[in-house]
Design a protein around this ligand. Structure first.
Ligand code: SP5
Ligand code: ZN
Length: 334
């Protein structure tokens, strides 16, 4: 199995995030990628497929903002990382405001996803890694892994959040569609709901989104991921959310995965993309499921039993010392 990674993904390193009313060290740090690299062995760098595949998913105005936000922050006389503090609440009228703080609010949904001078470079190359893995499978491989960092599944067409800036799995899914794959399924098994991926494809019937995650009644991102969200318009029925309670172990997780895989089989996709987060691990510092390192191969085997070509895209996982081990354990099941 080929593993795709670009060293520039290490450069993005925000200092801190807002958590429970105070600032704490940033959980999504470069050491996560280093831990995975140590455990997984040789990776290869992705070729540069340019911005066009990213712009198939993200609004041009948002990408422009992402590229320039930190320079504009600095030009406004600020030090450190760029982060918003005012948000346009739901139903506020649209305004074309130029001020960096207004735009940070407009293009984000939380205060824990700062933009640094290196953010654009890291997220650009992470997206290229997802594209490389996708093309590897389109060219005939049965599976490929994209070591994406930062993660992507919380990012929408025109917003960042949840440590995510570019939605890597969405860029990959759209690239597969553009290469002629008719039906694509996305299985999201990060601890958190993949709200960005859901939003991007919510009204489409060519891309199925199925997610198993912590119940948003108790867990981030709260405003998405409830079981009654099933898609809209042409996409009605092409979104499936399977929220699980805090404390979930493998015994409770497996029936949800079974339901997810049956839904995917009924959809009849030609390709399956897996948004994989290892933050379902029992010792994850910000999450509350109870999966063990030795549980992950069983999840992979059930996914592989679909017989579908597979692209695995890295999302979250914050128990840094165990992260590489957990990802290696998951991949060993394929
Ligand atoms: C991709 C992904 O897993 N994003 C998760 C974003 C969760 N953010 C909300 C939880 C904030 C917890 N911050 C704890 C920091 C401890 N150092
Ligand atoms: Zn997560």
């Amino acid at each position: 199995m080929k593993l795709f990674f670009d060293p520039r993904e290490l450069d993005h390193a925000p200092e801190q995030e807002l958590h429970n009313g105070g600032f704490v060290p940033y959980a999504e740090h470069p050491g996560r990628a280093r831990d995975m690299l140590d455990a997984l062995g040789a990776t290869e760098p992705p070729p540069d497929r340019g911005e066009a595949p990213i712009l198939r998913v993200h609004d041009a105005a948002y990408i422009d903002f992402l590229k320039n936000a930190h320079a504009r922050w600095t030009a406004a006389g600020r030090g450190g990382d760029a982060v918003g503090y005012t948000w346009p609440i739901a139903r506020r009228r649209p305004l074309n405001l130029e001020r960096i703080d207004a735009q940070l609010g407009l293009f984000s949904f939380d205060a824990s996803t700062p933009i640094t001078a290196d953010t654009w470079d890291s997220v650009y190359w992470g997206a290229q890694a997802a594209l490389a893995a996708t093309h590897e499978v389109l060219d005939g491989a049965s599976i490929a892994f994209a070591l994406c960092r930062p993660p992507g599944h919380h990012a929408g067409a025109d917003y960042l959040g949840g440590y995510c800036y570019i939605n890597n799995v969405a860029v990959a899914a759209q690239a597969a569609r553009d290469a002629g794959v008719e039906k694509v399924a996305i299985l999201d098994i990060d601890y958190h709901h993949g709200n960005g991926t859901q939003d991007i494809f919510y009204d489409r019937d060519d891309i199925l989104f199925v997610s198993i995650h912590a119940d948003p009644v108790t867990d981030y991102p709260f405003y998405w991921g409830h079981a009654d969200e099933r898609g809209e318009g042409a996409g009605e029925g092409a979104t499936l959310n399977l929220p699980l309670p805090r404390g979930t172990t493998l015994a409770e997780y497996e029936p949800a995965l079974e339901t997810a895989m049956e839904e995917i089989a009924a959809f009849g996709p030609d390709l399956l993309l897996v948004s994989f987060g290892a933050d379902t691990f029992e010792e994850d510092p910000i999450s509350q499921f109870k999966l063990k390192t030795e549980d992950y191969p069983a999840l992979a085997r059930r996914i592989a039993a679909s017989g579908l070509p597979l692209v695995v895209v890295m999302e979250g996982g914050y128990a840094t010392d165990a992260l590489g081990r957990n990802v290696a354990s998951f991949l060993s099941g394929f």
